[in-house]
Write a protein of this length. Structure first.
Length: 429
């Protein structure tokens, strides 16, 4: 159900100051909501409404005054508190997790993204559906309890778990296809580099700076993340669907993938629902961890720590990048903060094309070492075609032409093995 255009009140409770509503307001804007006011409160969580009685009464009054349709709570509400608060304020209540899911659902364009969103939605809806069943809401008996209430909740739980299983099985099939696509790309001589980090850190703009003008096989049916362009508008979750583009860094042929941005305070089960999308970063040969230098020092620290937790199981090297230096203050302090957690960052401005050369060098240095071999093939049409193939799949050096073509070839191990086999076949012919 679309909530776009709904008049919305933002509500946030924290145990201590300061209270920051910038990100939840940005999320509301990203969802197309019309924020007409906010109510914050500093106190421990109330077991019934999350907010204290005074704040609940104030929210209800503002709902009436503003004719608000929606109250967005910057917190994760359990089903009981969500229901109680909705009853008390007289408007639909949506917590932070549900809001993020709404945005994800609207932005999901590929089959993979839609399945991952559906998995997350089902996992979110399960406890809420069980709670409704216990209240008798699913059969229109709101507030009425009977002996059939628990069996109804049990049936609801079984139904959701089966639907979750079905979606997971479909995602497993896509995982197999992703593994095949990664292997094929490696065998084609490409190194895989992913960009990761929080939303609005400038990942998409950085991708455009690093990538070549043309897209990577945009109609490739095997891998539906291959897009012609990488959007870089200033809104959250612009890149829910991963975008992959080709780049040449030094003498390395690279496929760059822009992944979905991280968001603060999301439950682990929701993040894990997007395992296929995040695998682009976790299984890359190198990961650019992009950090927003325009954030405060404390935000830089927090976001870097959280990003590292999400990337803890990565296979490739990490290249920290401090972006937006053109609008940053306290840059030296922020650089030190990132360096302490993730290693010395490359400081760049993607919008100003500043520091991109240094970043390209850092990425090539972080990529896996290549195997090197001396090859010789007959100086024939087939031999020259083989040399062209080597140019397309790695680095060719020290070429000497005579009755044979001799050269040095450096590439990924699987490519070198294939090259040696092909060269051997040419010599036998």
């Amino acid at each position: 159900m679309s909530r776009r255009g709904n008049k919305t009140l933002v509500a946030k409770r924290t145990d201590s100051k300061p209270i920051d509503t910038d990100e939840i307001r940005a999320l509301c804007d990203s969802a197309g909501l019309d924020v007409v006011g906010e109510r914050t409160q500093v106190r421990p969580p109330d077991p019934t409404h999350d907010f204290g009685a005074g704040a609940v009464a104030d929210i209800a009054e503002r709902v009436t005054e503003e004719s608000a349709d929606l109250v967005v709570v910057d917190d994760e509400l359990d089903p009981g508190r969500a229901f109680n608060l909705q009853e008390a304020v007289g408007a639909e209540v949506v917590d932070r997790t549900r809001l993020v899911l709404d945005i994800f659902a609207e932005r999901a364009e590929t089959k993979r993204a839609r399945l991952e969103v559906r998995l997350a939605e089902l996992r979110y809806e399960l406890p809420h559906a069980e709670a409704k069943a216990r209240r008798g809401e699913s059969s229109g008996r709101r507030g009425f309890k009977s002996g059939g209430e628990e069996p109804q909740a049990a049936q609801m739980r079984a139904d959701y778990k089966q639907r979750i299983k079905n979606v997971r099985e479909q995602l497993d099939q896509l995982d197999d296809a992703d593994d095949d696509a990664r292997r094929e790309r490696h065998e084609a001589g490409f190194d895989l580099v992913a960009l990761a980090g929080y939303t609005n850190a400038g990942k998409s703009t950085l991708l455009r700076r690093l990538a070549e003008d043309h897209a990577v096989e945009e109609n490739d049916a095997r891998h539906d993340d291959l897009g012609e362009t990488a959007a870089s508008r200033d809104r959250l979750f612009e890149t829910l669907n991963t975008t992959t583009r080709r780049a040449t860094l030094g003498d390395r042929r690279v496929l760059l993938t822009d992944t979905v941005g991280f968001v603060s305070d999301l439950p682990h089960w929701l993040v894990s629902s997007f395992r296929t999308t995040l695998s682009a970063a976790r299984e890359a040969d190198a990961v650019l961890l992009v950090v927003d230098a325009s954030d405060s020092v404390s935000e830089v620290l927090r976001k870097t720590e959280t990003s590292l937790e999400e990337l803890d199981t990565r296979e490739g090297a990490l290249v920290p990048v401090l972006n937006k230096r053109d609008v940053a203050t306290d840059l030296a302090e922020k650089r030190d903060a990132v360096a302490e957690l993730a290693g010395d960052p490359v400081v760049v401005s993607a919008t100003e094309d500043d520091g991109i050369g240094a970043l390209q060098t850092a990425v090539t240095d972080a990529l896996p070492d290549r195997d090197r071999v001396s090859l010789g093939v007959p100086n024939s049409d087939a031999g020259n075609a083989f040399v062209s193939w080597c140019h397309d799949h790695g680095a060719v050096e020290s070429v000497e032409y005579g009755s044979t073509i001799s050269f040095e070839f450096a590439a990924r191990p699987e490519v070198v093995a294939k090259a040696e086999g092909r060269a051997g076949n040419l010599e036998a012919d």
